[in-house]
Write a protein that binds this ligand. Sequence first.
Ligand code: 5AD
Length: 428
Amino acid sequence: MCYAIPAQIIEIKYPKAIIDYYGEKRNILLDDTKVKVGDYVYAQGGVFVRKIPASEAKKILKVFEDIFFELKKVDASLSKLDQDKIPANLLAVLQKVNLQKSLKKEELLTIAKLNNPAELSVLYEIANHIRQREHGNASCVHGIIEFSNYCQNSCFYCGIRQEQKIPRYRMSINEIVQAAKKAVKDFDFKALVLQSGEDYYYTDEILAEIVRKVKKIGVLVFISIGSRSKETYEKLYIAGARAALIRFETSNPHVFQTLRPPTTLDQRIDLIKHVRKIGYVLATGFILGLPGDDSEEAILNNILLTKSLAPDMYSFGPLIPSKNTPLATRSPISIELVLKTIALARIADPNSNILVTTALETLDANAKKQGLLAGANSMMINLTPTKYKKLYHIYDNRAGLDAEVAQSVQETVDLLKSLGRSPTDIGL
Ligand code: 5AD
């Protein structure tokens, strides 16, 4: 993963390069042949974003040098383990992970079934320890712009399914570009997720124009537009999009077909694999707690399917019932179950990037911090213009709807600082 500060290119072997942050090396994908060894660049999610002048880079690096190492110290001390406090069953898990041995499904299932609060709290500490070992203190903070709440689908859980009688909006190309420019100019975001319902008003040509214009601002363009065709994803890659968020939602084919008629899990997985093959940085995952998919084994199956897709980022969050949908009366998921799932994903796939989703924040105001201390290392800040944000009603009582962007960014930066984490997409 990359930091939000400039890195220096130390080696190029197209299409790959090695970059350096104060002596820490990272690999990136470099698709710009004008960049030379010695140049300073911004990179995101393992992808080159833009070059910056050496004089400017040196100034920024000087300002951040002390804080960069100070934050690392705080994170290292918060993620230290006291081996004496670890119960024997979890110590065995930790030893296996430390020896880089994969855990068997039965072993992971035993973890998934833990319920004792004392054991769970040790489990979170172990997951946090592994996160620190694998990723250091880097934590991605992507911005997300929800540009349309029209959707032609009827997913049973979703508050913007086509049957919902809700006010609909579409942002114009210009509005999207302006929102993206503001995110970069005011808050220095380096990666932006552009998300919408499945809305064919945005033809491939319109989407490509949006991608080109947002990319030109100098950010990693991350698309989240659902089950559009393989050709659409190919065209948008050519237009400059480099990352895609597309969840499979559930690993159970029967549940998938029941809740997402008339599509099938096979089709969705085929698309996700294709998106990966095109070369996109991939974020995928599931909804936690769908009916028929909420046993411990089902949750583990969801994690294992995510792992088998070899994504760059795990994105899963609890089902939050949305009014007037077929799942409106489902009982809410407990925060403990979400934290346990984060920890389990971290143990099952130590090197993964795991997102704390807004759905988790909706369960509990303190959830972001708890998620980050249970193995997660990524999050998103909603940058949708205020007048549209409330209309993107995927589920009820979404967190952060009243917060201004400046406030959300400040809260996130403060939280990350208190945990000794370096945000990777906005200033330290
Ligand atoms: N609760 C939680 N997550 C939901 N999503 C849709 N509806 C809900 C809900 N009620 C998620 C889906 C989708 C993402 C954009 O939002 O996983 O992929």
